[in-house]
Ligand binder design. Sequence first.
Ligand SMILES: *Cc1c(COP(=O)(O)O)cnc(C)c1O
Length: 227
Amino acid sequence: MPISDHVATVVAEVRERIAAARERGGHGQDVTLIAVTKTHGPDAVMAAWHAGVHDVGENKVQEAESKRAQVTVPVRWHLVGHLQRNKAKNAAKFDLVHSLDSERLAVALNDAAGEAQRVLEVLVQVNVSGEGTKSGFALHELPAVSERLHACRHLRVRGVMTMAPFDADESVLRAVFRGARDARTKLQGAGFGAEWLSMGMSGDYEVAVEEGATHVRLGTVLFGSRT
Ligand SMILES: *Cc1c(COP(=O)(O)O)cnc(C)c1O
């Protein structure tokens, strides 16, 4: 089967699962499906586009740039992976940066967006489970972070991103996703629009949507495992 037919079939299935999870969860949110195309070629982006998925996620700026040069359709580009400060300039070209995970990165992104004379939309990444291997802010850091972000005139804080521990029990997943929701409430309380919740990957997106996810980031389920 050509890749585009396969992706279209899977996308239809995934959309049904998302709709059902949204019903069960009862949060009434809109859910954006982001096709994470990292390690796959531009044909994966095109296949997603032809399946009606207009949001694409990458975790490395360089890989995204070369792919972007080969893609002719106007997808929205999401940066979902950890970003080094010296790549902030390239990151400022994305439509949404999900991985704002340090105050220093916020300053670098703000500077880069200012130079490019644009406002960059960002999500604040939170590390709810406290796993040492995951980046992101702890919930108790958010008041200080909020103050710093208010001074970043070229950033627009649209919400929160989180990653759940891999292969965790459902109860753990739910606790993490609820923690991210609490983080969003905190940012809203601090005066940001912050309506979005980016959470849920191939293994846990249905639970994430039940818990209120507005953006799910799906790679493996759409394109197969990365080799
Ligand atoms: C790779 C990646 C995804 C997609 O993961 P799958 O399990 O393949 O769906 C989502 N979010 C981030 C941050 C990623 O790096």
